[in-house]
Design a protein around this ligand. Structure first.
Ligand SMILES: [Zn+2]
Length: 83
């Protein structure tokens, strides 16, 4: 599930981004870190990075780093609440 933009500025985000080398945890394609890297707003909307809960919060997953990964907004949405 996506988190507010403030999460992007956190150390946790930096750690996850570095660990994943800016690549989506779900599809393996590069992600856009900020909107200025996107040539068009619709591309940004689909390819922007979001924080994904590996185990969804609705299924009892926590906000701890071990349960978080970075994924495209698009991929995060497709995954939804599935494990
Ligand atoms: Zn993806």
């Amino acid at each position: 599930m996506s988190q507010p933009f403030r999460a992007f500025e956190s150390k946790l985000f930096e750690a996850l981004w570095t660990e994943q080398s800016g690549v989506c945890a779900l599809c393996g394609e590069p992600m856009l870190r900020n909107r200025f890297e996107a040539p068009h707003a619709t591309i940004w909307a689909k390819q922007r990075v979001t924080v994904d809960h590996i185990i969804p919060r609705s299924k009892g997953g926590s906000d701890a780093a071990e349960n978080l990964q970075l994924a495209h907004a698009r991929c995060n949405k497709i995954k939804g609440n599935r494990l």
